[in-house]
Design a protein. Structure first.
Length: 143
């Protein structure tokens, strides 16, 4: 069927289209959706650098909670691509804890991150000033 406006009409697929008020609420099938076989160059570049920090090293400040030994050097630099477990291992060694003793770490005295959490990501999201504050205790302090 040709349109009177002079624009080409879509090809006839033999399927009737039922126009309905609820049609806009229905999801598209996979055949009807657009699938990209490659990303545009700018999107590809954005995904490559999405998780990167412009800094290779970040500053960590270890702050003791009450009844916990204080470190002589509370600030140190850590690679931004390390995991949080690196900070915990470093802290255990500096405090001189035995294998059976625990250390509890909290970022900004608010939450305890997982050991597999990236230091750079924690620093980017929760830094105070230009350093990530990690409070520590040898007894459980919160929750």
């Amino acid at each position: 069927m040709a349109s009177s406006s002079g624009a080409p009409s879509p090809p006839d697929t033999g399927l009737e289209v039922d126009v309905d008020d609820n049609a806009a609420d229905m999801p598209l099938t996979m055949a009807a959706s657009v699938v990209l076989d490659h990303l545009p160059k700018d999107a590809h570049r954005a995904l490559e650098i999405a998780g990167e920090l412009e800094q290779d090293k970040v500053t960590i400040r270890l702050s003791p909670l009450p009844n916990t030994p204080q470190l002589r050097q509370p600030r140190f630099k850590c690679s931004s691509n390390q995991r949080f477990e690196h900070i915990v291992r470093f802290l255990r060694k500096k405090v001189g804890l035995e294998d059976h003793e625990s250390v509890f770490c909290y970022v900004n005295s608010v939450f305890s991150p997982g050991l597999d959490e990236g230091v750079g990501n924690l620093w980017r999201c929760f830094k105070t000033g230009n350093e990530l504050v990690v409070n520590y205790s040898i007894t459980q302090a919160f929750g």
